[in-house]
Ligand binder design. Structure first.
Ligand code: GCV
Length: 674
């Protein structure tokens, strides 16, 4: 792709460029049903160059309700299709035909994208002998709510910019202090999100400014235009709201959740929203956190606050996503009795059972804040009677800010399959009954995500939210095939570059789960003591003898005690704590020997030297793909990799030097430390 006449790079497609649809051109399709989402499928098929025929014509692809199988596909066993819910689909191949059966129209749309991904396949490859009934493959989403949270501000925030923790330019929704006139890019975005199964989008930042609060009132017409872009793709829009809205928007004297006028204001606000946007999803709330208003100001708790909003939404079928990210961000670093990691559990687990049915508690995956390595939050197993949504971060705030190539699906897989009650118990995915949410990573950047390879994270998020058991490498290959076309050398190179890149990033940044060590404020680049004496509660307590946070029950903050067994004991003991989380749970001498056999300080040196070499190899690998990848994409990634190598080197040298100066212990291999 080249520059256009104005000198700017035009929008570059993410996955699903036109070439992906080549195999569907001139094939026949029959679509049975008349829901608007089926209209979307018909338009898609038409754009792909397929020919629509009546169902009786036994098209190469037939998309039909389960109930119609008996009429149009008798050999497919409806009993094997089973319950598909509102979004599932079943796929069967019979002779030269592919049949997709759906129960709810969204299933037809997801079935369509399945075919786009997998192709129609060769006739007669599936279904066994002519006499056998065709094999039926069922695809039902594991999580019914698969949400993206945009941290977009309508107007530019003086410090955070337009998209808080956004690394891909401005917002795709807002421009010049208002909703964009031209929302065609949002329509293209909605289509891509539907192709990966995302079905909910919150369109504004959880830190709700005065301007953004008005999306709920004055700007409903504009929000409704955005909702109209998402609707044809089965995606419902949510708004982040400010708990103080009755005061700031309506001039009431209080926002106390037990005040009747306050309750009425929210009920009226909800009624107005649903009058404008019939399929509105609900409210997302950050309360009493990092300066956002909340119920604590009135001596109420978070169940009081969430339930009041839930009552306003309930008559309309709306949901409250209430975030559990609540902690004291004005901590005194001298105070060793307060542990930020404990905060969400201490606030929310005592409230378990008090939340209304349409409240979902949204919990960050770790107890701190989206670090490259944290233990999985104990709040998720701790809440037995509350619907919980796991919150992930696609935007790479602490993982290289879309300047570093970091494929996050392996981390998410580890989180989703973590079994807090032991191997035979439920996983985090099982326990996330309120679904999954993640902070989005796109902006108005021509490559959508700043770093073109960061698109893989958005893609993988949707696929894992649908099916958390998918293999991270398989998703990566699927994304590369749908994005980069047929060149297997290019695809293989991208696979090698990204597959283990999360561990590469971990290896040259904060070691052994200690976290942070980033520059305060923008959170980019190393600053070992950047947060050490700050009020934010993220400390590592390094001295001349050792480093790490004692979070044991026996001698520390007691955080390890928030886990059920077996993890409470696993984390409590130095003999069993996994190496990668050692410094999250324990304060140890630099000479402490890891389970791997290396000492802490030697591990730090080894991983940091190795991490930079791994980035160097990524750079060489990418160089070797020159000519095989679209020029503009190649150039952009080349620039980003150069920055990654510079930054990784900076991390290596600062971390190694810090540990060497603190410990006085030399590198066993005599490498250069400054
Ligand atoms: C939206 C971290 C980020 C903030 C973010 C916050 C949150 O603290 O640095 O920018 O605010 O998390 O998740 O609410």
């Amino acid at each position: 792709m080249t520059m256009d006449e104005t000198g700017t790079t035009p929008e570059h497609p993410m996955w699903l460029p036109e070439a992906v649809f080549r195999g569907l051109r001139d094939r026949t399709i029959a679509v049975v049903g008349d829901d608007p989402l089926l209209g979307t499928v018909r338009r898609e098929a038409d754009a792909a160059g397929m020919t629509e025929v009546p169902p009786s014509a036994e098209a190469e692809l037939t998309i039909m309700p389960v109930a119609d199988l008996a009429t149009h596909a008798r050999r497919i066993d409806a009993a094997a299709v089973g319950d598909l819910g509102t979004e599932g689909y079943a796929i069967a191949r019979e002779g030269g035909r592919t049949v997709i059966a759906y129960a709810g129209a969204a299933g037809a749309l997801y079935g369509w994208f399945h075919v786009v991904r997998a192709g129609l396949g060769d006739a007669d490859t599936a279904g066994g002998a002519a006499s056998d009934a065709p094999t039926v493959e069922r695809h039902v989403p594991r999580h019914s709510l698969r949400m993206l949270d945009h941290w977009d501000n309508v107007s530019e925030h003086p410090v955070m910019g337009q998209v808080e923790r956004g690394y891909a330019g401005g917002s795709i929704f807002y421009e010049d202090g208002r909703v964009r006139e031209d929302l065609s890019r949002v329509e293209r975005y909605a289509r891509l999100l539907a192709s990966i199964g995302v079905n909910r989008v919150a369109i504004n930042n959880v830190n709700v400014g005065r301007r953004e609060a008005r999306l709920l009132t004055d700007d409903l017409g504009e929000v409704s235009r955005i909702a109209a872009c998402f609707r044809p793709w089965g995606i419902r829009v949510h708004l982040a709201v400010s708990f103080a809205s009755p005061i700031t928007l309506a001039g009431l004297p209080t926002a106390d959740p037990v005040d009747e006028a306050v309750q009425q204001w929210w009920a009226d606000a909800a009624t107005r929203v649903y009058a404008a946007i019939e399929d509105f999803g609900g409210f997302l709330v950050k309360a009493d956190s990092e300066g956002q208003p909340g119920p604590f100001a009135y001596g109420r708790d978070h169940a009081d606050g969430a339930n009041m909003l839930a009552a306003a939404l309930a008559p309309h079928g709306g949901i409250v996503h209430w975030r559990a990210f609540v902690y004291n961000h004005r901590q005194d670093w001298r105070d060793r009795s307060t542990d930020r990691a404990r905060a969400a559990y201490d606030h929310f687990v005592p409230l378990d059972g008090r939340f209304a049915d349409n409240v979902i508690l949204q919990v960050k995956y770790g107890p701190l804040d989206f670090q490259v390595r944290e233990p999985v939050s104990p709040v998720i197993p701790g809440l037995r009677e509350t619907a919980v949504a796991l919150e992930l971060q696609i935007t790479q705030e602490y993982t290289g800010q879309q300047r570093h190539a970091v494929y996050l699906a392996p981390q998410w897989r580890e989180i989703l399959e973590f079994a807090p009650f032991g191997d035979s118990g439920p996983t985090i995915s099982d326990l996330s009954r309120g679904g999954i949410a993640a902070v989005a990573n796109v902006g108005d950047d021509p490559f959508w995500t700043g770093h073109p390879l960061a698109q893989a994270n958005l893609y993988a998020y949707g696929r894992l939210a649908w099916d958390p058991s998918l293999d991270a490498d398989a998703i990566l290959d699927e994304w590369a095939a749908l994005t980069f076309g047929d060149d297997t050398t290019a695809r293989g190179g991208i696979h090698r570059l990204l597959s283990d890149s999360w561990r590469t990033y971990e290896s040259y940044t904060a070691p052994l789960g200690v976290g942070f060590m980033v520059n305060p404020g923008d959170h980019y680049g190393p600053s070992v003591e950047g947060y050490e004496y700050s009020p934010w509660g993220t400390y590592h307590f390094a001295d001349r003898d050792g480093i790490g946070v004692d979070r044991t029950v026996a001698t520390g903050t007691g955080y390890a005690g928030q886990y059920p067994e077996p993890w409470r004991s696993v984390y409590e003991s130095l003999d069993s704590v996994p190496d990668e989380l050692l410094l999250f749970f324990h304060h140890v001498p630099y000479s402490h020997r890891l389970r791997s056999g290396a000492t802490v300080v030697q591990h730090v040196y080894d991983t940091h030297f190795d991490g930079v070499e791994r980035v160097r190899a990524q750079v060489a690998l990418w160089d070797s793909l020159d000519g095989r990848i679209d020029t503009a994409v190649h150039r952009r990634v080349t620039e980003r990799l150069a920055e990654q190598l510079r930054s990784a080197t900076d991390w290596r040298d600062q971390i190694n030097t810090y540990f060497f100066r603190a410990s006085g212990i030399a590198d066993e291999r005599g490498r250069r430390i400054y």
